[in-house]
Design a protein around this ligand. Structure first.
Ligand code: ATP
Ligand code: MG
Length: 447
């Protein structure tokens, strides 16, 4: 336990209140994992908490007094201290109509979502566990506190939190909780897209994401119904051993754990079913094609990411990656420079990671053949950048003013000429030298 947490618990407990560490940090502590944040629950009322920590010389922020939450600042870190409370009735499936402060810990723990999140820890009492959280932790089971149907109806977000924790912890879901989650999945429609986004991003970055995506397409489909045609869609192509959804789930898990990349992998083939055509080969076998699926998937990804309120920069990165994921990229410096010119170096590096993840989720021979090629492409990209080779207009040895000085009229023609010069430098027709470029422009400008 950190000394700051002990200090906070000590200040509250010596003042005659009860105070415990609670929720996710107790779960992670029991699992031997580093906690994301530390939440403290106490019998002290918010005003009492504020007074105690102010007197002790710490910064306090009245974050959510109505809900009983005070943020204590200690050594540049924030700790949320919340008064024991229970939630009132939920009439909208999202928020309790009111919350009331209670005097005992048990009621506070009873309002929490899953047994493994409903434990508290006290320096003298150790772990306080009224709902079998430790047993479920040991068994690796996620189970609602109380009746799962009722708990999901109170707050639909818990359904997404369930699969997010499954992806992070690799836990199984208790059958009754699982059944209630599926049966109540449409309640997720009432939840704000921003909150779904937060849970989806955590899910995608979980170590057990593949299993969870494979198990719960029905729950994901409440917000992303476009995935449903992918489930069970056979590709009939020797490069693939999984159906479209199986490939997608494996690709997400196989790529580097970068949020934009994981999102791109989730959506990169989403329009494959709609783009499917097939050839019947002379031996009677079928060969599937998905012409145009990269462009179509990028468009659909754009719609989905706006729906989930992703920021514009993320949407741009993800849709660009998806849109170019079928364009040929080989260890050929000219082709690589054209790619660098079109989407920029950071995006090309991400694209290489995208290809690696994609290939690892295809037939085993594909990864065997392709992974060494991506190493080669990456080495070339790094070399081009390290040697500051020319691949963009800003690298060109001449600029617009140079062309104007030659007597070419200002206007769109300047841009066309510069683009042409860049083409010729990239293809090796011209060296990136001022004199050579200017003399190449003179005859062209007189045309
Ligand atoms: P993380 O490691 O992602 O922070 P966490 O379990 O700490 O996971 P938080 O969202 O930080 O999750 O919430 C802290 C605690 O508050 C949870 O452990 C749980 O006890 C309770 N909690 C949070 N959201 C809900 C909810 N929607 N319904 C019931 N209890 C909740
Ligand atoms: Mg937390």
């Amino acid at each position: 336990m950190t000394k700051e947490v002990l200090e906070i618990l000590n200040i509250l407990n010596t003042a005659g209140h009860e105070a415990y560490l609670v929720g996710g940090s107790v779960r992670d502590f029991c699992l031997g994992l580093a906690a994301q944040d530390h939440d403290i629950t106490t019998s002290a009322l918010p005003e009492e908490t504020m007074g105690l920590f102010q007197n002790a010389g710490y910064g306090v922020i009245p974050t959510g007094l109505k809900h009983g939450t005070v943020t204590v600042r200690m050594h540049h870190q924030s700790y949320e201290v919340t008064t024991f409370r229970k939630d009132g009735t939920y009439s909208d499936g999202r928020h309790p109509d009111d919350v009331s402060f209670v005097s005992n810990l048990r009621e506070d723990l009873a309002r929490r979502d899953f047994t493994v999140n409903a434990m508290a820890w006290h320096p003298d009492q150790g772990v306080v566990d009224y709902f079998g959280g430790q047993q479920d932790l040991k068994a690796g089971v996620l189970r609602c506190v109380g009746d799962p149907g009722k708990r999901f109806q109170e707050d639909g977000l818990r359904i997404f939190r369930l699969i997010r924790f499954a992806a992070q912890l690799g836990f199984a879901v208790d059958p009754k909780t699982e059944q209630a989650a599926r049966a109540n999945a449409t309640l997720l429609r009432r939840i704000a897209p921003e909150r779904i986004q937060v849970e989806l991003m955590k899910l995608l970055q979980g170590d057990h994401v593949e299993t969870v995506l494979l198990q719960y397409p029905d729950i994901l489909a409440i917000w992303i119904p476009e995935i449903l045609p992918c489930v069970g869609f056979h590709q009939n192509n020797r490069y693939h051993v999984y159906d479209v959804w199986g490939h997608t789930c494996k690709a997400v898990a196989s790529c580097k754990n970068i949020p934009e990349l994981r999102l791109a992998m989730l959506l990169h083939d989403i329009e494959k079913p709609a783009c499917y055509t097939q050839d019947i080969l002379p031996d009677g076998s079928v060969k599937g094609h998905f012409y145009g699926h990269a462009t179509q998937s990028a468009k659909t990804a754009n719609t989905i990411l706006h729906r989930l309120r992703l920021d514009n920069e993320t949407i741009h990165t993800v849709t660009t990656l998806i849109g170019v994921h079928c364009d040929p990229l080989t260890p050929n410096p000219k082709q690589i420079k054209r790619f660098l010119r079109k989407i920029g170096a950071p995006m090309v590096k991400l694209l290489i990671e995208h290809h690696r993840g994609d290939n690892l989720a295809q037939a085993p021979f594909v990864a065997l053949e392709r992974l060494p090629v991506w190493d080669e492409v990456e080495a070339m990209v790094d070399q081009i950048i390290a040697e500051e080779q020319c691949f963009s207009l800003k690298d060109l040895a001449v600029n617009g003013s140079d062309l104007v000085a030659l007597g070419i009229e200002k206007g769109p023609r300047i841009g066309v000429l510069l683009d042409q010069l860049l083409d010729d430098v990239i293809s090796g027709k011209l060296p990136n030298e001022r004199e050579a470029l200017l003399s190449a422009v003179i005859p062209a400008s007189q045309k």
